[in-house]
Design a protein around this ligand. Structure first.
Ligand code: 13P
Length: 287
């Protein structure tokens, strides 16, 4: 069974830890994240970008795969299946397909349009028991081919969006997707504290979880961040482990690679990364 993200994030906010959102790309990725969550008794959020959704065959396919895996592998921790950076149309598609959580990224719209669209989606999502994340202040870096610069959200705008009844709020505080440049200014904790002060108990979401120092992660959690998104780091460790396996020349029988063996080192690498993040975020043992 899938769980909406709201309850797990309210619990995380009260308990001063964060639940990890790990983006998935295929069956191996999904299995690695789900089994690691089970082994570490941690709640978990599976993130699906629109691009990953298309790649995996569509949202219905993903719902079927994830629900089937939860049943077959006896995953006994809370799992939310969440659309990452969705458009208005795709948020609706995911809710209809059976996702338990969606993010509507209206940060590129003028604030009034972001408010109007978010408000409509809150109604639709909640009528189906689905959680909804909204965004204020665009998060920079590359996401599905779109490159943006890390913006700092306006606290008053955050309050306006938070009051629409959303379940979690992604507020840009200088964070970006992908690797951080050497001259990155770091997270803006002053802005985060101000946003937290105005939005109160609203769980805050930190995107761009790859490459943020442990100190900054801890500080973010202490200032109200209850969900942290990680994508690039899993991609990097998966790619490095797969490349190493190929370079080691395992094609010894001349039959080509066994696909299951080829993907095994990458699968183990994702498990290791996810476990490390769950430990850092403090979600181990919280399920
Ligand atoms: P990274 O790719 O930087 O880990 O960020 C992931 C993310 O925020 C997905 O929304």
């Amino acid at each position: 069974m899938l769980t909406a993200a709201k309850e797990m994030l309210d619990k995380a906010k009260a308990g001063k830890y964060a639940v990890g959102q790990f983006n998935i790309n295929n069956l191996e990725w999904t299995k690695a994240v789900l089994l690691t969550a089970k082994e570490n008794k941690s709640p978990v959020i599976l993130g699906v970008s629109e691009g990953a959704g298309k790649y995996m065959g569509g949202y219905n396919t993903i719902v079927g795969m994830v629900k089937g895996m939860i049943k077959d592998l006896d995953i006994d921790v809370p799992v939310a299946l969440h659309l990452d950076h969705g458009s208005y149309e795709h948020a609706i598609k995911c809710i209809e397909a059976g996702f338990s959580s969606v993010m509507f990224d209206g940060s590129h719209y003028p604030i009034l349009e972001n408010i109007r669209k978010t408000e409509e989606l809150v109604k639709f999502a909640h009528s189906r028991n689905v959680s909804i994340e909204a965004e204020v202040g665009s998060i920079g870096g590359e996401e599905d081919g779109v490159i943006g610069k890390g913006e700092v959200a306006d606290a008053t705008e955050c309050k306006l969006i938070a009051d629409l009844g959303i379940d979690m709020l992604a507020a840009g505080i200088g964070n970006i997707h992908g690797k951080y440049p050497d001259n990155w200014a770091g997270l803006d904790f002053k802005a985060l504290a101000e946003i937290q002060e105005l939005t109160g108990i609203m769980p805050l979401v930190l995107h761009g979880g790859t490459g943020i120092s442990e100190e900054m992660i801890r500080e973010s959690i202490s200032l109200g961040v209850s969900k942290i998104n990680v994508n690039t780091e899993c991609q990097l460790t998966f790619a490095a482990a797969t490349r190493k396996y190929i370079e080691e020349g395992h094609d010894i029988l001349g039959k080509g690679f066994d696909p299951r063996k080829l993907l095994a080192p990458g699968y183990e690498a994702i498990k290791k990364t996810v476990k490390e993040k769950m430990e850092l975020f403090g979600s181990v043992g919280q399920a």
